[in-house]
Design a protein around this ligand. Structure first.
Ligand SMILES: [Fe+2]
Length: 409
């Protein structure tokens, strides 16, 4: 059944619902090596004991050591939980909750990418709901009336924006991924430390940067009424990425541009919180799940096809972004400005070396993908509602013409 009319009728609902979720208002501390300030921050907050969570890869690189040292110097007790080796699962969250409760942690410090951030959100929520088993936390909306444990987030990539988003994606006992919005998430500080992103492989920098770009662009395009400040942050995120992603691809050790990318990614997280995503994400989630493509490359693959397909419906917003980013003169027509915006993104994808990604979609998968994309799109308040025919047309535009399909996790 084509759910088009239903989806069209309820398309503003997700934006209305999300507007009732209280958002964290963290203090942002940025700089090269900024994580050395965490000890002092914790001391000022009066914490005696914290739980520091990271993943095995970052621990091997020793990235947590400066945090441990600063906590020691500030006289704050620290328990390290570095067992994270996958996306959040019930077992990981349970082990993290037990570690937090065993040491009486007053704060959770999350050092890592999206998986660490999401695991920590569930740990911070679960520590305040000790009577509930972890599987009972996996609700669409998890309400923590007294707020979660305070969190200090230290992202190790400039991409997901998970350092501020109120959602967490967790794999349940049946192996299915589901998203939980945490009402009462208390992220008190975000530490943007370019020392953590400066040595990332170029492909990671590029793919994460495109993901961040998709968040601020889809946020700007969404049909959600937001405060001027949130709309401004999304626009500023677009500007920062168009300007600084080419720089970090060319000069990976450029600290100013690395920090600008960290800030843009955080703005992307704010865009997800306040404006939600859109069809780039709906398509990317579906082809990612179907063909096992990581999120950043899947987003990059779908970005231009979706943006081009939406051009008529989004022309004014594309033009606004082009003008804000000084891609065109103020007097340039909307049509010309919108085309300049699209061309800037095409060029950015090429500059990042991501224009050679091969499209994985096969015609025999259209029907299944169309259902997946239509179902995922219900989570957003996108600027236009794609009918099944619209979805099929975009899929046709990205279908491989031969059998060279090899982009695997
Ligand atoms: Fe994303």
């Amino acid at each position: 059944m084509d759910t088009y009319r239903f989806r069209k009728q309820i398309h503003k609902l997700p934006g209305k619902v999300i507007s009732y979720v209280p958002l964290p208002e963290p203090q942002v501390v940025d700089g090269h090596g900024a994580r050395t300030q965490i000890g002092e921050i914790c001391r000022e907050c009066g914490y005696k004991q914290v739980l520091l969570v990271t993943d095995q890869t970052l621990q091997k690189l020793g990235y947590e050591q400066k945090i441990v040292q600063s906590l020691e110097e500030a006289g704050v007790g620290c328990t390290l939980f570095a067992d994270i080796n996958s996306e959040p699962t019930i077992d990981l969250i349970t082990a993290g909750r037990e570690a937090a409760m065993k040491c009486d942690a007053e704060c959770v410090i999350a050092l890592g990418g999206g998986s660490v951030m999401d695991t920590c959100k569930m740990i911070a929520a679960g520590a305040k709901l000790p009577r509930l088993k972890t599987k009972s936390l996996l609700l669409k909306f998890l309400v923590v009336r007294s707020k979660t444990l305070p969190m200090i987030t230290v992202p190790s990539t400039a991409g997901t924006g998970a350092e501020v988003t109120v959602g967490a994606v967790v794999t349940n006992a049946r192996g299915a991924k589901g998203s939980t919005v945490i009402v009462g998430l208390d992220v008190t500080h975000v530490i943007l430390d370019s020392e953590l992103t400066i040595h990332a492989p170029q492909l990671v920098t590029a793919a994460c940067g495109m993901d961040a770009l998709s968040h601020v662009v889809e946020g700007t395009l969404s049909d959600v009424a937001v405060y001027v400040e949130d709309a401004y942050h999304s626009l500023e995120g677009v500007r920062l990425i168009l300007r600084h992603l080419p720089v970090v691809m060319r000069e990976p050790e450029n600290i100013e541009s690395r920090l600008a990318m960290c800030r843009a990614a955080m703005y992307g997280g704010n865009a997800i919180n306040t404006q939600l995503a859109g069809y780039i994400h709906a398509f990317a989630h579906s082809i990612g799940a179907k063909y096992h493509i990581p999120h950043g490359p899947a987003i990059t693959l779908m970005m231009m096809p979706v943006l081009e397909y939406q051009k008529e419906a989004c022309m004014e917003k594309y033009a606004i972004m082009a003008r804000y980013c000084h891609l065109v003169e103020e007097s340039t027509s909307d049509n010309e400005a919108a085309e300049s915006f699209l061309q800037a993104i095409r060029e950015l994808i090429a500059t990042c070396g991501l224009d050679k990604l091969e499209m994985p979609v096969k015609p025999e998968d259209y029907e299944e993908l169309t259902h997946m994309i239509a179902a995922d799109s219900i989570n957003y308040s996108a600027p236009m509602t794609f009918s099944n025919e619209d979805i099929a047309r975009v899929l046709e535009a990205v279908t491989i013409k031969d059998e060279r399909v090899e982009i695997r996790e």
